[in-house]
Design a protein around this ligand. Structure first.
Ligand code: SAM
Length: 230
C-alpha cells in the first residue's frame, strides 16, 4: 500500500474524536519546539491589526486554539478583555511560562459552548486552528461561533486552501509521528458557503500563496485570511 492509500484508509476509519485526538497529541509533543519558533512571533500581523481595528477598547475577545497565548497577551496589552482557549496541556504550559497573566481555558473547540453563554464576545479569533477541526464538526463550530458573538461581533479566521482531509507528516517530528496530524482543507467556495450559511457578512479577505516547499517542508501552502461580522 502506498502512502496515499494508507492515509485514505486511516481517514475512512477515523472518527471525529480520533482526528481531534491526533491533533492534541501532536501539539502536546511539539509544544516545546513550536513555542521556540512561534511562541512570541506575530505572524500575518496585518490581519491581526485589521481584526483589532473593528473592536473597541475593552472588547471581549476569545482566542480559539490560542496555543502559546501570544495574541491573547497582545489583546490584553491593547486594553481588550481576552481569554485563550486550547486543548493542548503542553501548549498551555508554554503559555503559562511565556505569558503568566494570560487567562487560559483548556478544552476542545468543539465543546466551546459548554463554557460561555450566547452573545458573550465582541470578537473571536481562530488563527491557524480551524483547519484542525474535522469536517464532521466544522458546520457546528461556525454555528457555535455565531451564537457566542454579540450582535455585530467580529470573527477572524485562517484556513488552508485545498480539498478534503489529510493526515500530514508533522514537520517537527522527524522520525516518530509520521502522518499523524489531521488537516482539513477548504476551497474558496466552501469558505463562502460557511460565511453565507451562517449569515455572516464578509469584511475582509486576503490570501497568502506559498507554492513549493516551505521551511517546514510543506508543499503548496496557500492560506486565506477572513474577517466577518455577525
Ligand atoms: C498552529 S497552532 C496556532 C496557535 C495560535 N493560534 C497561533 O497562531 O500561534 C494550532 C493550535 O490550535 C489548537 N487546536 C487545534 N485543534 C483544536 C481543538 N479541536 N480544540 C482546541 N484547540 C485546538 C492546537 O492545540 C494548537 O495550539
Amino acid at each position: 500500500m502506498n502512502k496515499n492509500q494508507e492515509v485514505d484508509e486511516m481517514m475512512q476509519k477515523a472518527s471525529s474524536e480520533e482526528k481531534r485526538e491526533s491533533v492534541k497529541v501532536d501539539y502536546d509533543k511539539i509544544a516545546e519546539d513550536y513555542a521556540l519558533e512561534f511562541g512570541r512571533k506575530y505572524e500575518d500581523f496585518e490581519v491581526i491589526e485589521e481584526f483589532m481595528s473593528y473592536l473597541k477598547s475593552g472588547a471581549k475577545i476569545l482566542d480559539l486554539g490560542g496555543g502559546t497565548g501570544k495574541y491573547t497577551d497582545l489583546f490584553l496589552q491593547k486594553g481588550y478583555d481576552a481569554v485563550c482557549y486550547d486543548f493542548s496541556k503542553e501548549m498551555m504550559k508554554k503559555a503559562k511560562e511565556l505569558y503568566p497573566n494570560v487567562p487560559y481555558l483548556l478544552d476542545d473547540i468543539v465543546h466551546v459552548k459548554k463554557h460561555f453563554s450566547n452573545e458573550t464576545f465582541d470578537g473571536i479569533l481562530a488563527f491557524y486552528s480551524l483547519f484542525h477541526i474535522p469536517k464532521e464538526e466544522i458546520d457546528q463550530v461556525f454555528s457555535n461561533i455565531y451564537d457566542l458573538l454579540k450582535e455585530n461581533g467580529i470573527f477572524c479566521f485562517v484556513v488552508q486552501l485545498g480539498e478534503g482531509e489529510d493526515f500530514i507528516d508533522e514537520p517537527y517530528l522527524k522520525e516518530d509521528g509520521k502522518n499523524i496530524l489531521y488537516f482539513h482543507y477548504f476551497t474558496k467556495e466552501q469558505i463562502d458557503y460557511f460565511i453565507q450559511q451562517h449569515h455572516f457578512q464578509k469584511l475582509y479577505e486576503s490570501m497568502k500563496e506559498e507554492v513549493g516547499e516551505n521551511e517546514l517542508g510543506d508543499l503548496g501552502n496557500s492560506k486565506v485570511f477572513v474577517i466577518v461580522k455577525k
